[in-house]
Design a protein around this ligand. Structure first.
Ligand code: CAA
Length: 567
């Protein structure tokens, strides 16, 4: 086996390398520092026909082989791994399932714009309760006439709201496990399809990652990808290919870090000679180069197997496992060679060190890769019935809301005073006696509170907090907030934020003010008896997770509500 690149492959490698070095490298620091999705770079990649490298020209692609595409991901990642994964998620995850399982109509309508780069693709499998255990998908798609009604949410989705076309997995037949999952092509802009705010990630910060939220999204029947119940297999097959992309991303990061370290080691003089001449550093370089070479063989060989339509699931898992593991070792050594400088922002190895980690996590953790490999070697184990407590039937049907089945009564008509009056009536009907409650102290325990008012990023300034405190007192509640208000803005103490990683609320009444409704936040309030929300954006995901809501500007609604309750 000797992976001598063909002239065509060499030409793609050189072109992408030059593009990455001249166009991406000069801005990589800024992209990382400010977490910017490089739209102009992606446009240029479109002009260079990179976005559909392995797809036939008749479907808008460049008609090249899998290895050419894998080399493109490697070369982009050698400079900026965030850009590498934009391409990998678009080609391997967002486009491939349509190429492989789509009807001719679906390919014409969706693959052509994806492969030509006019549109960006994404893949929505992962959920809050379905990460490694992808079969635990809770998003539902219920057939009603000519449409499937999609409800639920997806987390950690690469390309986020920069994508246009999404392959989404949802349960069409509850209660039968992976065979009840189906795949759908979903378009951005459809009513009820919204996004959470972008995650503030450790690395690959030039790529965008966010939650996808589906609230009664009408998906035309003809957008079912494959047959009903085939979704899980489509997801698994797609990931087999995607993992080669992540393996090449890891390979590219390792190659980039190694080259930087090698160059630096030749220039850096200590003890009277370049550190590359110190045996410990020279041996490190030797090990780094050896690991990278071994990884490259594995990655290219998996790509070649895919190209030749051999079975490649085991080999792609091996390539991802090995390449991402050695990538972590190589970037660690690279930072070590740079010494103190490698720990400082602005030295690319510092960024590469952070970028590398995700490769052992996404598209299946490396633990899952070992499961895939060992299953391929010794066979899948016989399934024993799950010991996890069975979910209530309501959880499996209709709406896969994170906060359970909520009333979703959202008041958007009438003057602000009328909306507040209607809201209070509803609370009375629930026996939430906000009118009689009063608290002077609002910094008590959230976990033990009966009522909590929480503020999110809808509040424009810390100076405006008193209007929220005033309302909180008059509701007889404790004061809470979303994670960014405490951790990023430092407007409230850390013990105030509610969410999966913060405080959990399980009392009678939770009022979310100016909070969009990210999964992380919702996880902290799912046991609240009544959830209410005030938000200016009628499409804010929080409304789909609440019992009652007022659509309106908090700066208008909160004072009116406070006045109505003033003791
Ligand atoms: N190809 C085809 N079918 C497959 C398959 C494959 N590779 N792997 C499994 N299946 C089939 C099985 O044959 C089985 O079908 P039958 O019942 O008809 O035999 C069915 O799927 C269920 O298989 P398992 O019982 O083995 O499934 P499981 O529930 O035990 O899960 C798993 C298997 C490998 C752990 C799987 O859940 C998995 O891959 N988990 C990781 C998920 C993952 O990689 N997520 C990444 C999200 S995307 C992402 O990260 C993108 C990004 O950000 C860039």
């Amino acid at each position: 086996m000797n992976f001598k690149l063909t002239e065509a492959q060499k030409s793609i490698k050189d072109t992408v390398r030059k593009f990455a070095e001249t166009k991406i490298e000069p801005i990589s620091f800024q992209l990382d520092e400010k977490s910017i999705f490089p739209e102009d770079i992606v446009k240029e990649m479109t002009q260079m026909s990179i976005m559909g490298l392995p797809y036939p020209a008749e479907y808008g692609g460049a008609g090249k082989d899998v290895l050419s595409y894998i080399i493109a991901v490697e070369e982009l990642s050698r400079i900026d791994a965030g850009v590498g994964v934009i391409l990998s998620a678009h080609v391997s995850l967002g486009s491939w399932p349509i190429m492989e399982f789509g009807t001719e109509e679906q390919k014409r309508k969706y693959l052509v714009p994806l492969a030509s780069g006019k549109k960006i693709g994404a893949f929505g499998l992962t959920e809050a309760n379905a990460g490694s255990d992808a079969g635990e998908t809770e998003t539902t798609a219920v057939l009603e006439g000519a449409h499937y009604i999609l409800n639920g949410s997806k987390v950690f989705i690469t390309n986020a709201d920069y994508a246009d076309t999404y392959v989404i997995f949802a349960v069409t037949t509850p209660g039968i496990g992976t065979k009840g999952i189906s795949a759908f092509i979903v378009e951005k802009g459809w009513e009820g399809f919204t996004f959470g705010t972008h995650y503030n990630k450790m690395g690959i910060r030039s790529s965008a990652t966010a939650e996808l939220l589906f609230n009664n999204v009408k998906v035309p029947k003809e957008n079912l990808l494959g047959k009903e119940g085939q979704g899980f297999k489509i997801a698994m097959k797609t990931l087999e290919g995607g993992r080669i992309g992540i393996a090449s991303q890891a390979l590219g990061i390792a190659q980039g870090a190694y080259e930087k370290a090698l160059k630096y080691s030749k220039e850096r003089i200590q003890f009277g000679k370049p550190i590359s001449r110190q045996q410990d550093i020279a041996f490190k370089l030797a090990e780094m180069a050896t690991k990278i070479r071994a990884a490259r063989f594995m990655v290219y060989s998996a790509a070649q197997m895919k190209e030749e339509h051999e079975s490649y699931g085991k080999e792609s898992a091996m390539a991802k496992l090995y390449a991402s593991d050695i990538c972590l070792e190589v970037v660690n050594d690279a930072v070590q060679i740079f010494g103190g400088s490698g720990y400082i922002k602005g030295f690319p190895v510092e960024r590469m060190y952070r970028d590398a980690k995700i490769c052992t996590i996404y598209e299946g953790t490396n633990e899952i890769q070992k499961l895939v490999i060992s299953n391929a070697i010794i066979g899948r184990p016989k399934k024993t019935p799950s010991t996890a407590p069975s979910k209530p039937e309501s959880h499996k049907l209709a709406s896969a809301s994170i906060t359970g089945n909520r009333k979703k009564i959202i008041i958007k008509e009438g003057s602000p005073e009328e909306r507040v009056a209607a809201f209070l009536k509803y609370l009375e009907s629930e026996n939430i006696e906000v009118k009689t409650g009063f608290n002077e102290e609002v910094y008590g325990s959230i976990g033990e509170a009966d009522r909590v008012c929480s503020i999110g990023r809808g509040l424009k300034s810390k100076d405006d907090l008193p209007i929220i405190v005033d309302l909180t007192k008059n509701i007889g509640a404790q004061l809470g907030c979303s994670r960014p208000v405490a951790e990023e803005k430092n407007w409230l103490p850390l013990d105030r934020f509610v969410g999966v990683s913060g405080r959990k609320f399980k009392g009678a009444f939770y009022l979310a003010i100016g909070i969009s409704g990210q999964v992380q936040h919702l996880g902290g309030i799912k046991n609240a008896k009544i959830i209410a929300a005030i938000n200016i954006d009628e499409k804010a995901p929080i409304f789909a997770q609440a019992d009652y809501g007022i659509v309106g500007d908090l700066y208008e609604i909160v004072p009116i509500l406070t006045k109505a309750l003033k003791k």
